[in-house]
Write a protein that binds this ligand. Structure first.
Ligand SMILES: C[S@@+](CC[C@H](N)C(=O)[O-])C[C@H]1O[C@@H](n2cnc3c(N)ncnc32)[C@H](O)[C@@H]1O
Length: 468
């Protein structure tokens, strides 16, 4: 019989639902079996599906500024925040990605702390959470766009309307030539970047860099919708100026909405409400026992290679010279050196690693690293949360080489062993995924065929764990 978590907790006599400070999880026999049963008996909670939302709803305000793989919907983050905190409490996302949790925290009058190892994520999150006075933005953007139009259309390249000198930012890197083989397109992009460099106001300059970053995939021969870097040699590419100008206009509208919905006290004192860093989730910029809530969706193992996916921006902005170097520190990557550790506090994880090891040693090693590194993140979450503070972890289960990866169950087991208790587990259907889908292992695109070795499920879990 399937039950919602509350009913399950009421009905079930298991100690797992009633862990108190003086009960250690080692004293609970068959904990792994019980955990598996809890997840198996759990019914979908339809109130968390948000089925009727349109793309317009989920990209309101600044949420639609930049594409980002595996971002969650703002309405989900908002509900976690509103149900678990009060105004002025501090909410943190240690894997902030493009900043969804942070925007929703600020709009609902909470303080926001966010980190991500990816400098591209930092830039996007900074721009999306920093409101700009719409009038000021409009004046500056009119100048930038008209200067660029004059530059591209006139023969006299030096004369622009606002009389600034545009020095194209030319980059020599073979990876840029690989993704942008058309020389004219590369030059146009260098000119746009050169004009952005002349903007004095840092927030407006970053706003433009975010717009520039978002058009790079469209302006290159990157195979769109592919989650693995793949070239599309027959791609029709619009001019960078058209792409940039459309992107800026869309972002101007989003900024105005954000400006209007942000509470005045947050807007006028943003420094006091927002703390963002490019940093590792294992080293959060927060004191012990200081945060009320964590709302996050962690990376998955061998799923998205965030460093690879953001390489165009990283190359253009000089964050790195090579993709290999850029991958350092990302959790969930398969590109890791082997190292030995046996400290994973989950028997379920150890069993999965052993089963996977029979099919692929390399992938088993990646999964081992992943669970160990996620455990370090949970330890850090425990450190920074206040007693009774909660962590909402959004995670789905997967399958690698036909071996089930019960990420949700493993995370709960690890967190229980670290001193969290289960507050609530929510099972939600992901409305865009109808059935378990397979991924084409070459491009990573979802496909209907069943001969793939990777599987993504139509459900995910929100694990709400509480620090004892
Ligand atoms: C699933 S995404 C988060 C998406 C986010 N919820 C949103 O709505 O945009 C996971 C993020 O974890 C980040 N990440 C990977 N390893 C990390 C680490 N060691 N420390 C911090 N962030 C990391 C990736 O860069 C990626 O942005």
């Amino acid at each position: 019989m399937e039950l919602l978590y509350e009913d399950l907790a009421k009905k079930n006599g298991s100690q797992l639902f009633h862990i108190e400070k003086d009960i250690t999880t080692e004293s609970i026999p068959n904990m792994q079996m019980e955990l598996k049963e809890i997840f198996q008996q759990l019914a979908e909670d339809s109130s968390w599906v948000f089925e009727d939302l349109t793309q317009k709803d989920t990209s309101y305000a600044t949420h639609g500024f930049h594409k980002y793989p595996a971002k969650f919907i703002p309405q989900l983050a908002r509900r976690c925040i509103e149900e678990n905190t009060n105004s002025n409490d501090v909410v943190c996302d240690p894997f902030m990605g493009c900043g969804t949790t942070l925007i929703e925290s600020l709009i609902s009058g909470r303080k926001a702390v966010g980190v991500d190892i990816n400098p591209v994520a930092y830039l996007i999150s900074k721009v999306k959470t920093t409101p700009i006075n719409p009038k000021k933005l409009k004046i500056e953007m009119d100048k930038v766009l008209s200067d660029l139009n004059v530059y591209f259309e006139s023969n006299n390249k030096q004369k622009t309307l606002s009389n600034v000198e545009i020095l194209p930012r030319i980059l020599t890197n073979e990876r840029i030539d690989y993704w942008f083989p058309n020389k004219k397109l590369r030059e146009d992009l260098s000119i746009i970047l050169g004009r952005i460099d002349t903007i004095k106001d840092k927030d407006i300059r970053d706003f433009c860099l975010c717009a520039f970053s978002n058009i790079l995939k469209n302006a290159s021969i990157w195979l769109m919708k592919s989650i693995k870097p793949t070239r599309d040699l027959n791609k029709k590419i619009d001019s960078p100026m058209n792409l940039f100008s459309r992107q800026i206009k869309k972002m101007i509208r989003g900024n105005e909405t954000y400006w209007n919905v942000l509470p005045t006290n947050v807007k006028s004192n943003l420094k006091n409400y927002l703390n963002l860093k490019k940093a590792d989730a294992r080293n959060l910029p927060a004191e012990d026992n200081s945060l009320s809530l964590i709302v996050t969706s962690p990376p998955y193992v061998t799923s998205y290679e965030y460093a690879d996916l953001h390489q165009l921006t990283a190359l253009w902005f000089g964050y790195t010279q090579s993709v290999g170097e850029f991958r350092e520190g990302f959790i969930g990557s398969v590109h890791k050196k082997e190292f030995d550790h046996n400290g994973i506090k989950s028997k379920l994880a150890k069993q999965e690693i052993e089963d996977l090891g029979k099919k692929s040693k390399k992938e088993a090693e990646a999964v081992k690293n992943y669970f160990f590194e996620m455990q370090q993140c949970f330890e850090e979450m425990y450190r920074v949360l206040k007693p009774e503070g909660r962590a909402c972890i959004v995670i789905g289960n997967t399958e690698l080489r036909k071996v089930p990866m019960l990420n949700a169950e493993v995370f709960v087991e690890i967190m229980l062993n670290l001193g969290f208790k289960m507050h609530k587990i929510i099972k939600r259907r992901i409305p865009s995924k109808v059935l378990p889908q397979t991924r084409d292992s070459k491009t990573g695109r979802f496909s209907a065929t069943s001969n793939s070795d990777r599987l993504a499920y139509a459900y995910e879990y929100i694990l709400i764990m509480e620090k004892l």
